[in-house]
Design a protein around this ligand. Structure first.
Ligand SMILES: C[S@@+](CC[C@H](N)C(=O)[O-])C[C@H]1O[C@@H](n2cnc3c(N)ncnc32)[C@H](O)[C@@H]1O
Length: 319
């Protein structure tokens, strides 16, 4: 039987505006145009509210010396700002309420985080009414340590040279309590399902995990993932295909591009229907959208930064 082709007038307005598009704007404002219960999966990497990367994400602000209050020219990640966690919680609680509204019952919500902010993110998602099902650990070895020595502060003290030297040698090797971060947590949450899992799958075609999506020798999908070779045993069980050199695009200037293979894995685990819709409300340079496209799924990408919107569109056009 031939498929009845849809007249453009029959396609709901929100689909025409958002489906398989990268849309420029504030996601909280734009999501109001998407009806409730219409998205299958949200896979996103929000601003962490660290290093000035808050809801007003701006590269210029991050590199501006004006905002480095304590130590001038402090590199990204070195300034510890305890109040950021609560700010992030309040903002992400509000965001998670709107994510929950647009998701279908049983729909999944994956959100990347940072180890020292994870508790705030998980609480916001939990408090917005999601079921927190698990937490993935994305393991890596290459990252810069963020701890600082006290030399800078000692130099600022009014001390004679011998006392200064003595103090420095007394604390030689002792640094601010920041570890070299070697993992990123990714929350795995779910909008409450409709009655039972079976009922939810029959009615909404989302809500279960595909246990056939294996990595290496693992017999069941695990909550540890890596995209770089770490060590034989770890590689055997948790190593996804490594990112290719070209996948990011030479024109991509985004600071926090996620690996495509990792995003693809999370989507493969949970996408059941062919017409699955994947939303990334903080799409950045478009990794989630490219992953969805490569798997033949639909995507909706939103970003408030026009440069990243342009980058994401180009990546999609070239993928
Ligand atoms: C961590 S980055 C995402 C990077 C992305 N995963 C990638 O692979 O390129 C977060 C993005 O959120 C965007 N953003 C921040 N606040 C936003 C808002 N209110 N609405 C939409 N996008 C926002 C920023 O411009 C930034 O590109």
């Amino acid at each position: 039987m031939a498929h009845k082709s849809l007249n453009p007038g029959d396609i709901p307005k929100w689909r025409r505006e958002f489906l398989n598009k990268i849309v420029h704007g504030d996601c909280l404002a734009l999501l109001k145009s998407i009806p409730a219960d219409s998205i299958d999966i949200i896979l996103t990497d929000p601003p962490y509210f660290l290093d000035k990367m808050d809801a007003a994400w701006s590269d210029a602000r991050v590199s501006s010396q004006k905002y480095h209050h304590t130590v001038k020219s402090l590199p990204a990640g070195m300034k510890f700002e305890p109040e950021k966690g609560l700010q992030f919680y309040r903002w992400y609680l509000k965001a998670s309420h709107s994510f929950r509204r647009v998701l279908k019952p049983g729909g999944f919500f994956f959100s990347f985080s940072a180890p020292r902010l994870y508790h705030r993110m998980a609480s916001a998602i939990d408090d917005a009414g999601f079921h927190v099902r698990d937490c993935f650990i994305w393991l890596y070895t290459q990252n810069q340590a963020k701890a600082m020595s006290l030399h800078h502060f000692i130099d600022k003290m009014n001390l004679d040279e011998p006392t200064r030297k003595k103090l420095k040698s007394q604390f030689q090797g002792w640094k601010t309590p920041q570890l070299k971060s070697c993992f990123e947590p990714i929350i795995f949450a779910q909008k409450p399902y409709d009655n039972t899992f079976l009922n939810n799958m029959l009615n909404h075609r989302i809500g279960l995990v595909n246990s056939g999506v294996k990595i290496g020798r693992n017999m069941f999908p695990a909550n540890v993932l890596t995209v770089e070779s770490v060590e034989e045993i770890i590689d055997k069980y948790f190593l996804l295909a490594k990112p290719s050199r070209r996948e990011k695009g030479s024109f991509n200037r985004h600071k926090t591009v996620k690996p495509l293979t990792l995003c693809e894995h999370l989507l493969k685990l949970t996408a059941y229907a062919e017409d699955t819709i994947v939303l990334d409300p903080f799409v950045g340079s478009g990794t989630t959208a490219v992953a969805a496209k490569r798997l033949g799924l639909n995507y909706v990408g939103i970003d408030s930064n026009l440069e990243y919107v342009t980058t994401a569109r180009r990546r999609l056009a070239e993928s």
